[in-house]
Design a protein around this ligand. Structure first.
Ligand code: PNS
Length: 165
């Protein structure tokens, strides 16, 4: 039983994330999509909302399970007896960050294995941060995320606006 983990903050879950998860699910028996915390980023969505988004986006993939976890990634890896972590790569700057994360995770747990999947070319320049930025200024995010996520982003922006009044 080959289990891969696709971890991320997924704030929000994008078409790029969906594409990586779909392709990764074909390479393993089970793909665990883990909604985690990136302490360098302040999340717009709660963990529960991010799990909900991931579940919506991945509902047609039979061998995917979406979980949330507040711990080190290597602890989850060990606990699940995972064979690899999957991360999408968009650019050279992604690679730098990923190489650092891989080095730290391998130091903590030498059996840790990462697989990088290149992002689909047309999605290479979308990111969760860009989705939030474009939506904040009223731009069109319909080609960056599924309609349900688009709605959640707009609702969250409205809610934040009302709270800040
Ligand atoms: O989507 P992101 O923000 O690039 O995902 C980063 C994430 C959540 C995978 C990373 O921050 C992480 O693994 N967080 C869990 C805590 C951890 O293990 N940190 C040490 C990584 S060196």
């Amino acid at each position: 039983m080959k289990t891969f983990i696709f971890p991320g903050s997924f704030d929000p879950f994008s078409l790029g994330h969906q594409d990586i998860a779909k392709r990764a699910s074909n390479l393993c028996d089970k793909l665990v999509v883990a909604v985690m915390e990136n302490r360098a980023k302040k999340s717009m969505f709660t963990v529960e909302e991010r799990v909900e988004m991931a579940k919506i986006c991945l509902s047609d993939i039979p061998n995917v399970e979406v979980i949330s976890r507040e711990s080190l990634l290597v602890d989850l890896y060990r606990e699940l007896g995972a064979s690899a972590v999957v991360r999408g790569l968009r650019s050279e700057s992604d690679f730098r960050y990923e190489a650092e994360m891989n080095a730290a995770n391998t130091l903590m747990f030498p059996k840790y294995q990462v697989i990088f999947l290149p992002c689909r070319a047309d999605l290479a320049f979308t990111s969760s941060s860009i989705i939030k930025e474009v939506a904040y200024y009223g731009g069109d995010i319909s080609r960056m995320c599924v309609p349900a996520v688009e709605d959640m982003v707009h609702r969250k922006l409205l809610q934040n606006q009302q709270e800040n009044k």
